[in-house]
Design a protein around this ligand. Structure first.
Ligand SMILES: Cc1ncc(C[n+]2csc(CCOP(=O)(O)OP(=O)(O)O)c2C)c(N)n1
Length: 390
């Protein structure tokens, strides 16, 4: 058995600075140790896919990351791991438990995943090793993890068996920050009077200073943003639908002085509504979430979403965002943006738009890993200089 402290201190020496995940009872002593240590930064996610998006954003903001889950949650991670970490070339140290290990008595729901866990990781080309079971094993295991992540720029998994880590009781009280959300709702424009996505994006870009990190959701939004102007401060979330807000939160959390704007879609926001709750709980002040809501999955042919009956600003208010606006007319959108840019967040602006895109719309021609490099360079260049050494 191993003490969580030995492993964590080894990770600290290797500069791991951001932890996130969803718990598992096998992971309990380890995750509880991480949560309890005030010098460690842990973000509890609502789903394992959100955790992957969050650590991807934190990586973009310059942090080495650890993403933790139960192996049943690996299924929730497969989409962002394959569609984002792979093309963007973003590593994370993935710690997954091994529920349902063959030969070890476990619940029926874990048996099949326990049987296929290693093959699932192999199928998505994530190299793995057993989580170290003694302190003596830590340096060699982590040397392999580091070498692989450096060479491949992709995640590496450690698989933790039952009773690997010595018990640790959770003592830290939850850090709750309740806000009274400032809300502003403007009556919806009739569909014919709504902005197109192109007009909405142009209006938003016109109100921003250029110093914001802009993260655009999957499909036409990223493509339209790229077509409007391809800039280093923009990240096109080409896959991992629903993850843009988690990535934006990761960047905002790692770089609290960096303004972050997420351009979300209604379908994407609905796919990972849990992200709202995490953002409302952790309160990134530098985070502005804009939902461009055309009430359809426009990018895949215009199939209706459930957003005609979804009030995103009300959801943001109910999940503890500081500000929640809904505005559809161009003037109201502009007024909201001017206010929200100057006001501490997290903030949400819900804009009803028309479906459809211009026929001539392009696609990002810059490969995702190059977009990532440019974006990280932009973030590095825009951070306040560290204070001079005494
Ligand atoms: C996990 C996942 N499921 C489905 C898709 C296919 N897909 C790409 S964009 C899109 C529609 C997104 O809808 P919305 O967020 O409302 O944006 P819009 O297309 O209307 O701009 C879908 C279903 C995907 N890329 N990833």
């Amino acid at each position: 058995m191993l003490n969580a402290r030995s492993f964590i201190e080894h990770l600290r020496r290797l500069n791991y600075a951001q932890y996130a995940g969803v718990p598992c009872s096998f992971l309990k002593p380890f995750i509880n140790y991480v949560i309890d240590d005030p010098s460690l930064d842990y973000v509890g996610a609502t789903s394992e896919g959100e955790a992957v998006g969050f650590t991807l954003g934190a990586y973009l903001g310059g942090r080495k990351t650890v993403t933790m889950c139960q192996n049943s949650g690996l299924g929730n991670m497969v989409n962002p791991l394959t569609s984002l970490n792979h093309p963007f070339r973003v590593p994370t140290l993935l710690i997954t438990t091994w529920r349902g290990q063959p030969g070890v008595d476990d619940e029926p729901q874990h048996v099949h995943m326990g049987h296929v866990t290693h093959r699932l990781l192999e199928a998505i080309e994530i190299p793995w090793l057993p989580f170290p079971s003694t302190e003596a094993e830590i340096p060699a295991v982590m040397a392999q993890v580091e070498a692989s992540q450096q060479e491949r720029q992709r995640p590496f998994a450690l698989i933790m068996k039952k009773d690997t880590v010595a018990p640790h009781q959770l003592t830290r009280p939850p850090q709750v920050h309740r806000v009274k959300t400032a809300t502003e709702f403007h009556p919806a424009a009739p569909p014919a009077g709504r902005l197109t996505r192109t007009q909405a994006i142009e209006l938003i870009l016109g109100e921003l200073s250029g110093a914001e990190a802009i993260i655009a959701t999957t499909g036409m939004t990223g493509r339209e943003l790229f077509t409007a102007a391809d800039r280093a401060n923009q990240l096109y979330v080409v896959g991992g639908m629903g993850t843009a807000s988690a990535i934006g939160f990761g960047v905002a959390h790692a770089l609290p002085h960096q303004p972050v704007v997420v351009l979300d879609g209604d379908g994407a926001a609905l796919m990972k509504l849990g992200n709202f709750a995490t953002i409302g709980y952790y309160q990134p002040k530098n985070f502005l979430h804009i939902v461009l809501d055309n009430e359809v999955h426009d990018s895949t042919g215009g199939q209706q979403t459930s957003s005609p009956v979804t009030r995103f600003a009300a959801i943001a208010a109910a999940t503890n965002y500081q500000n929640a606006h809904a505005a559809d007319h161009a003037d109201d959108v502009r007024t909201s943006l001017r206010h929200l840019r100057q006001t501490p967040g997290p903030s949400l602006l819900h804009i009803k738009i028309k479906p459809g895109s211009p026929k001539s719309i392009g696609r990002p021609t810059v490969p995702p890993h190059v977009v990532k490099e440019r974006f990280m360079e932009f973030l590095r260049a825009h951070q306040p200089a560290p204070p001079p050494a005494a």
